[in-house]
Design a protein around this ligand. Sequence first.
Ligand SMILES: [Zn+2]
Ligand SMILES: [Zn+2]
Length: 254
Amino acid sequence: MRLTILGRSPASPNPGEACAGYLIEGGNSRVLVDVGPGVVAQLLRRHHPDELDAIVVSHMHADHMLDLVTLRYVYPWRGHPKDQRLRVILPPGSADQVLDLARGAGNPRHFEDAFQLSEHDGSSPLSFDGLSLTPVETVHFIPCWGFRAAGDGRLVGYSADTGPGDAVGTIADGADLFLSEATLRNLDEDAQPPEQRGHLLPEEAGAAARDAGAKRLMLTHLPVDGDGAWARNAASEAYGADAEIAEPARTYEI
Ligand SMILES: [Zn+2]
Ligand SMILES: [Zn+2]
């Protein structure tokens, strides 16, 4: 199984980096999870989107899906036969938002002539040839699903965006690699009580990975200047082993 980091930025981009975008390859399948601003340009360095089996969107925050608008322009401006359109799998209940996005981009049919849009059901595995992604709902400001991706006898857990809670442990449980957001530098950056939290500190990602028995912890969706030592050190101490920082454009064998 292979994981390629197309973008690791949080919503406010790190200079020169894309927002959330992760290429997961397993079995005979290749799936892009999240397509935030800047991700399409990174994807095209490696693959035409027709080489993807699907795009799966964790949630409808702009830093995870806004480059769907850009992606449309990779295709000629004419309709494609339905069975040749790229599958785009959205979170439950988001179809209207996508239509709004299309209208905002100047054409209500912006997506439908190039993509096969569908929604997952929030819990059933998304099955591809030799690869499956099981959605797990996280704790976030809007409905959001992380994924447990299984293929080639390996398992990658992706937290998407999440505050602390049971979902983090479920996603990380026994994973060969837990790809966790670590967006917060301090708790002042998260929502304040009585609102529920929506992101993790690096040490919270580390503690969750430790408790879940994740074999490898990689931090992403975080502000990085320099080498990210502030996050790596905090996460490693809680994890009890070395945490890694996701590196843009790098492919990891899992
Ligand atoms: Zn979000
Ligand atoms: Zn985000």
